[in-house]
Each structure stands twice: as structure tokens, then as C-alpha cells.
Design a protein around this ligand. Structure first.
Ligand code: NAD
Length: 461
């Protein structure tokens, strides 16, 4: 089928690349001409494992092309996926101006009926407003537009695998024809008939994904409800971590045991610095705003958001407790991206930590395997190095802000020798407290008991 993707950001590129790999003809467009020029030249503007291979092979097979001519793109396809950003406004409400702009373009440029699919995350009832906008903007053409919602659940860092091997595909539709078109688009994914970049020798056996057909408002709600639930789980684990610190428990023992209950599940129960990125923080805010607008009390979610904001304060308390005076202390930062395997720093907790440490006069040096350039654009005044040992050199404290696995593999004996004071504040609970103490570090994390010196001396014998 001939498909159009509008918006070549993270979601648009994964969607366009993977649907082309699944055998469709995809034309992708964006109003950022620099981005399109770099994609046409074979450069992917974001870091996402396997995405470069997927896009290159789809381009070589002639199934995926990028254009700045949005009108030509719109006319070329039967189904249009809207993948533009929906960032938060000051109030937390989702800013839908990019969706409105795209609706106007589609209505003005289309010469035949189209199915317009919301893939961007939008508040419930956006589908109705989108259909109305398409019909108003396109009233002179007399064309009828069908609208559907197809929320995206992929996770940055594993987006390609998530697209090829989803646990569910949700489509909200209003007509049998939209249902048929979306089934046809996803048939290769549901039936496992596509070139999988992750498993060139055959994908491991796994259950077929559920293809769920719902109303459009349900599909829109499913996305916000899912992300908000995950955010609540993280905040719940963080409150348990605070309780563990006061009552002598170990949050890892508690959440592991909780997670073994299939009604609860293990994932998203990791205590630490809290959630960030372009999904959970903004989606939870948009959902709170939506509930407020329609008079539904969602205090539950407001608390989850408040707990998340407090994680930065909790880390700063620990920093002040250990360093006493923060001003003029040399602090090394391991990790900037909001999570590993991405260069995305949008709403990353590390940015708030940097702001607060700078406000208190700390001298900062940071490293991240992928996110240094993006962070440098926001904080050009702090020092960066690709070498974590250089970041540790002369530091009074080293903070773990993103749990990149390569940080675990560092030569921690060497880090210890490089530091002015061997103090590690592990805001992601990535390292083992006992091992760190045995190596002579002062070590603190969230919700895990400090290992006292006598225990470490005993273990060392
Ligand atoms: N990032 C994720 O992991 C993720 C996962 C699921 C859903 N989502 C949702 O998907 C949507 C897109 O997210 P993203 O991370 O890809 O955002 P993004 O900011 O990386 O990409 C948006 C792209 O849209 C382009 N754009 C904006 N206005 C345009 C217009 N009028 N015409 C053409 N192009 C336009 C921008 O130039 C940009 O390239 C958001 O609603 C987000 O909440 C994101």
C-alpha cells in the first residue's frame, strides 16, 4: 500500500522505516528541510539502534523516500500517518498546533479521499476535532476524509524491535474501510512476514500481537492511560525507596518480590531519579489537564507527577548531605540521556540536576555515550568528555544519572584513583553497593541500605 508519513522525528522515522521494511511504499516528509536533506543523504539525525540499517535498506529497495514537497507526498498516498510533535504547553495541556497545521495542508493538497491516522500522542477527542478540521479546511474540494487513531507504544532505545514485535497494535476507527486498510497495513507485522533487521536468520517464536480495533476515543485514551500507569508504577517504587531508607528495608528486595506477582509485574518498578523523556512527563501532564477539563478528579496522577519532580530534590539532598558545601566542588556526571540507548535529552532528569548544581556553584564535567552534543547545545558552559575517567579526574563526587551498561563495565579501581574524593551517588541504582564499598568508595543510592564498614571488612577477608 502507498503510505505517507508526516513528521520525520523519532516516531515518524521508526514508523516509516519499519512499514517500508514490511513491504509498503512510504513517502516521508517534514517541514524541517535540513532534516530531510540529511535523510536524503543517508544520515539519520537521531541515535536509535538498528534504525540506520532499516532506513538504508528500505531506501535501497526503493520503498522509502524523503521529500520536502509535502503536497506531492500527500497526493502520493492512500493513508497518511501524522507523526508530528505534541509538546506540552505551560499549563501541561498538549500543544496540537502542529496537528492543526498538518490537517490544513492535507485538506488543501489532497486530490482524492484519504485515511488520516493520528500516530502522535493526542488527548481523547482529538480525532473528532481532526475530522472536523479536515472537512472545514477542505470544504471547497468536497473530498471526504476518514480519520483513525493508531497510538504508538514503542520505547526509545528499542523502538525498531518494538515496532516489529509489538505486544499489541491498537487502531481506533469509525468505518469498516479504515479497519480494512489498517489491517492490511499491519498484516505483515501481525503475520511475521517482513525483513526483520533484528533477526536476519529468523525471529524467535513469540505469540502474535493482538490487533485491537476500538473506537477513536478509546484508542486515544489507551495511550494516555498506559503511559500514566507506567509513570505511577515508577513513582510508587520511588516512594517505597524513601520508606526503605527510613525503615531499613531494601527497595530492590521489596520491588523484586512485588514484581513476581503477575498481577503487578516486574517492569517499571525501578527506584531512582524518576522518569523523563518525551513521553511519560508530557503525557501524564496532558492526561491530568484533560481530566481537569472534563471535571474528573485525577489526584492520583497529580501525586505521581509530584513524586517524580521531587526525585531531583531527593538527589540534591543527598549531594548536600555528602558534600556539605556544593559551591566550587568538582562534580562528574555519568549519563545525560533520559535513558540508555538513546541520545534523547528531552525532559531528561539530568538536565534538572545540571541546573540545580550550577545554581549552587558546582563545577561540572559530564559524559554520555550519545547525548553530549545535544546537551552541549543547552549547557555550552560545562565541560564534556567522551572519557569517563577524565570526568572522574579530581572529582569530589561522581553522579550516575543514566544507567548505560558500559558504565557498569568501567574500571572502578581506576575511577577510585582518579577521584579527589571517592564518592559515588548512584541515582539509578545501577551499581552494587557492597562491591563499591569493597573498592573503597563512599557510595549512596536510592532505597538501598548503606553497607557499613565492618560488613565490608568482613566480606573482604
Ligand atoms: N518519542 C517517543 O518515544 C514516542 C513514542 C510514542 C509516541 N510518541 C508521540 O509521537 C509524537 C512525535 O514524537 P517524536 O518523539 O517523534 O517527536 P519529534 O519532535 O522527534 O518529531 C516531530 C517531527 O515533526 C516535524 N513537524 C512538526 N510540525 C510539522 C509540520 N507542520 N509538517 C511537517 N513536519 C512537522 C518536526 O520537524 C519533527 O521532525 C508525539 O506526539 C509523541 O508524544 C513519541
Amino acid at each position: 500500500m502507498k503510505l505517507v508519513v508526516i513528521g520525520c522525528g523519532y516516531v515518524g522515522l521508526v514508523t516509516g522505516g519499519c512499514l517500508a521494511a514490511a513491504g509498503h511504499d512510504v513517502v516521508a516528509t517534514d517541514n524541517d528541510s535540513g532534516k530531510i536533506a540529511s535523510l536524503q543523504a543517508g544520515r539519520i539525525p537521531i541515535y536509535e539502534p538498528h534504525l540506520d540499517e532499516v532506513i538504508a535498506s528500505a531506501q535501497n529497495a526503493g520503498r522509502l523516500r524523503f521529500t520536502t514537497d509535502t503536497g506531492e507526498a500527500i497526493r502520493s498516498g492512500e493513508v497518511i500517518f501524522i507523526c508530528v510533535g505534541t509538546p506540552p504547553r505551560e499549563t501541561g495541556e498538549a500543544d496540537l498546533s502542529a496537528i492543526d497545521n498538518v490537517a490544513r495542508l492535507i485538506a488543501m493538497e489532497a486530490r482524492s479521499p484519504k485515511l488520516v491516522v493520528e500516530k502522535s500522542t493526542v488527548p481523547a477527542q482529538t480525532g473528532q476535532k481532526l475530522r472536523r478540521a479536515l472537512n472545514v479546511y477542505g470544504r471547497s474540494s468536497g473530498l471526504q476524509f476518514d480519520v483513525a487513531s493508531n497510538p504508538e507504544f514503542l520505547r526509545e532505545g528499542t523502538g525498531v524491535g518494538d515496532f516489529f514485535h509489538p505486544d499489541r497494535i491498537v487502531v481506533g476507527v469509525e468505518t469498516p474501510e479504515a479497519d480494512r486498510q489498517l489491517r492490511e497495513i499491519y498484516e505483515p507485522i501481525v503475520g511475521g512476514r517482513f525483513d526483520c533487521a533484528l533477526h536476519p536468520h529468523g525471529c524467535p517464536a513469540s505469540p502474535d500481537p493482538e490487533f485491537l480495533v476500538t473506537t477513536i476515543p478509546s484508542a486515544e485514551l489507551i495511550k494516555h492511560a498506559s503511559n500514566s500507569f507506567l509513570a505511577m508504577k515508577i513513582s510508587y517504587a520511588n516512594v517505597i525507596a524513601d520508606l526503605c531508607e527510613r525503615l531499613g528495608g531494601n527497595v530492590e528486595e521489596v520491588t523484586r518480590a512485588m514484581g513476581l506477582d503477575p498481577r503487578i509485574g516486574r517492569q517499571f518498578l525501578n527506584a531512582g531519579l524518576g522518569f523523563g523523556g518525551f513521553c511519560l512527563p508530557k503525557d501524564i501532564q496532558a492526561f491530568i489537564h484533560l481530566a481537569d477539563q472534563v471535571g474528573v478528579d485525577f489526584s492520583l496522577l497529580k501525586e505521581a507527577e509530584r513524586v517524580n519532580r521531587q526525585r531531583i530534590d531527593r538527589l540534591m539532598e543527598k549531594i548536600r548531605h555528602h558534600l556539605w558545601v556544593v559551591k566550587d566542588k568538582q562534580v562528574g556526571l555519568l549519563g545525560l540521556a533520559f535513558k540508555p540507548f538513546t541520545d534523547d535529552i528531552r525532559l531528561a532528569p539530568a538536565l534538572d540536576v545540571i541546573r540545580q548544581l550550577r545554581a549552587e556553584g558546582a563545577k561540572l564535567r559530564a559524559t554520555d555515550p550519545e547525548a553530549m552534543e545535544r546537551t552541549r547545545a543547552i549547557f555550552p558552559e560545562i565541560a564534556y568528555s567522551g572519557d569517563p575517567y577524565e570526568v572522574a579526574r579530581g572529582a569530589d563526587a561522581l553522579l550516575v544519572l543514566t544507567e548505560w551498561p558500559q558504565f557498569k563495565q568501567l574500571d572502578w579501581g581506576r575511577i577510585h584513583r582518579e577521584m579527589a574524593r571517592p564518592l559515588i551517588l548512584d541515582a539509578r541504582n545501577m551499581l552494587d553497593p557492597l562491591t563499591m564499598r569493597l573498592q573503597g568508595f563512599e557510595y549512596d543510592s536510592f532505597g538501598r541500605p548503606a553497607v557499613d564498614a565492618s560488613v565490608t571488612a568482613e566480606s573482604a577477608r
